[in-house]
Ligand binder design. Structure first.
Ligand SMILES: *Cc1c(COP(=O)(O)O)cnc(C)c1O
Length: 495
């Protein structure tokens, strides 16, 4: 029976995008619970409450049975594309599958119910976990010490830049600017400005990397730091990183790593060995916490020995009497988050690290790189690739060839939804025309990668044969193409 026929016959049909709100589903007398008759006589509200607190009319809450409520929310939960549904190759964001064991561990009552104001003596387990996670991150990166407080990568960047400023102040350095390559994530210059520095952009070379020559020309005594992403947002390893480190250190500048791409280094290479002085990690990306949509994250910051005194407070320390919070650090930049940051994310990251172990973490890196290179090889015949050499965990294609038939990268992204895949990151990095930035991650199988490549090939064919079709995409999603700027500002919660 078609949906229209079913509706004609008075059956309720749920179409994606037509889910009613709970108030519309209301039917008088439906209820999700039944209570035994009270053994005492009822008392009117007016008798026990002050008059102004008594409603004049009933609240008008929807009446629904438990299955109606559960099914309503289950249907809503499946309207959006998500990582548990299929491949989500959003470049730079590392939308890997998040193992459910992380959630189980984070939901243990001792962690879930921990209160940030509880005394240290009764928070030993939570403190120990923070201490050990910090230790694990220092082992993974080679840095001296980590602060777990920042709530996201961008917050870690700001914290890192405040540390750089404190370092230079302590040495009487007059530093004004921070150098950032043109392929960098937009949060980099924003963090630099917020910390009071000027952001100076330098151009990537033909090979997609920052060359020592370019940096040498840009560097002077007023430069406080170089902010580098490695592998960079083109998915390429910065091959001259050791030379770049020497150059920035020659003016007592600091080398900062935007570690959002740590998924390509875990267990294989340590930022400290490349000369980085400050590193932020994105626990929600590399260490598997569900993210996107503004959910909680964590952007811990690790530093080299010379920057330790400036780290935020409080710090978790190990004493003979157990774990403690240490506040008395005169050179510290102070607090960067209320309490200790997003603790639940830390638990998930620690569970992830322990469940994989050193070998597992290395396998993450090797398999994410293998997956990216395999997928790249399948797609290279159909797209332009600005920097065609082996990539790390992601790669960037250009959709500029499709422009001849009037098709844009945005149309490809929207059409992918009809094929059951989330779109890659588009129009970033800014230095690639019609960019498609693809990060398959290690959690996808060969079958998923092949399926994605087949969908991309089919879309390229459609672009030549019927470009107008692509302009209408998506046609199979709960909603069609939205005015993205307006959709973010004028929410329509019902239609
Ligand atoms: C995601 C990302 C950031 C910002 O991290 P958030 O956790 O989203 O604040 C910074 N740089 C790069 C390269 C990223 O991919």
């Amino acid at each position: 029976m078609t949906e229209d026929k079913a509706e004609e016959r008075g059956m309720r049909v749920f179409r994606a995008g037509s889910e009613p709100v709970l108030f519309e589903l209301h039917e008088e007398g439906h209820s999700s619970f039944s209570l035994p008759k009270p053994g005492v006589p009822p008392v009117a509200a007016e008798k026990v409450l002050p008059r102004h607190l008594v409603r004049e009319q009933a609240a008008g809450l929807p009446e629904l049975s438990e299955p109606e409520v559960i099914r309503h929310f289950t249907r809503l939960s499946s309207l959006n594309y998500h990582v548990d549904l299929g491949m989500y190759p959003l470049g730079s964001c590392t939308m890997k599958y998040n193992p459910k064991v992380n959630e189980d561990v984070a939901a243990l009552p001792g962690f879930k119910d921990a209160h940030p104001l509880a005394p240290e003596e009764s928070s030993q387990g939570a403190l120990e976990l923070m201490y050990l996670l910090g230790r694990a991150l220092t082992a993974i990166t080679g840095m001296s010490e980590f602060c777990l407080h920042p709530a996201a990568g961008a917050h870690g960047e700001l914290t890192g830049m405040l540390l750089a400023a404190a370092y230079h102040r302590s040495r009487g350095n007059k530093k004004k600017s921070v150098i950032i390559p043109d392929s960098a994530h937009g949060t980099n210059p924003a963090s630099v400005r917020l910390a009071g520095f000027e952001a100076v952009e330098v151009k990537s070379s033909e090979n997609g990397c920052l060359s020592a020559r370019t940096l040498r020309e840009a560097v002077n005594d007023g430069v406080g730091a170089l902010m580098l992403t490695n592998p960079n947002t083109l998915g390429l390893f910065e091959e001259e990183v050791l030379e770049l480190a020497d150059i920035i250190h020659s003016v007592d500048g600091l080398l900062y790593l935007d570690g959002a791409n740590m998924n390509a280094l875990l267990g294989v290479a340590k930022p400290a060995h490349m000369g980085f002085d400050i590193v932020h990690l994105n626990l929600h990306k590399t260490f598997s916490t569900p993210h996107g949509g503004g959910g909680p994250g964590a952007g811990p910051v690790g530093v080299a020995e010379k920057l330790r005194p400036f780290l935020p407070i409080p710090r978790v320390v190990k004493t003979d009497r157990g774990y403690a919070l240490h506040h008395d650090e005169p050179a510290s930049i102070g607090r960067v988050h209320s309490f200790y940051g997003n603790f639940g994310v830390m638990v998930k990251a620690y569970a992830y690290i322990l469940s994989l172990g050193a070998e597992g973490l290395e396998a993450v890196t090797r398999e994410s790189i293998l997956n990216a290179n395999y997928l790249k090889s399948l797609l290279v015949p159909y797209f332009d690739i600005p920097f065609d050499r082996p990539c790390m965990h992601e790669f960037v294609l250009s959709g500029k060839r499709l422009k001849a038939s009037g098709v844009r990268t945005l149309d490809v992204a929207k059409r992918l939804l009809d094929y059951g895949f989330h779109a890659p990151t588009v129009y970033f990095p800014l230095i690639v025309e019609e960019a498609l930035m693809i990060e398959p991650t290690e959690t996808e199988t060969k079958r998923d990668l092949d399926g994605f490549a087949e969908a991309m090939k089919a879309i390229v064919k459609e672009a030549a044969a019927s470009p107008e079709l692509l302009k209408q995409a998506p046609v199979a999603a709960p909603v069609g193409r939205l005015d993205e700027a307006r959709a973010a500002r004028e929410l329509r919660l019902k239609w």
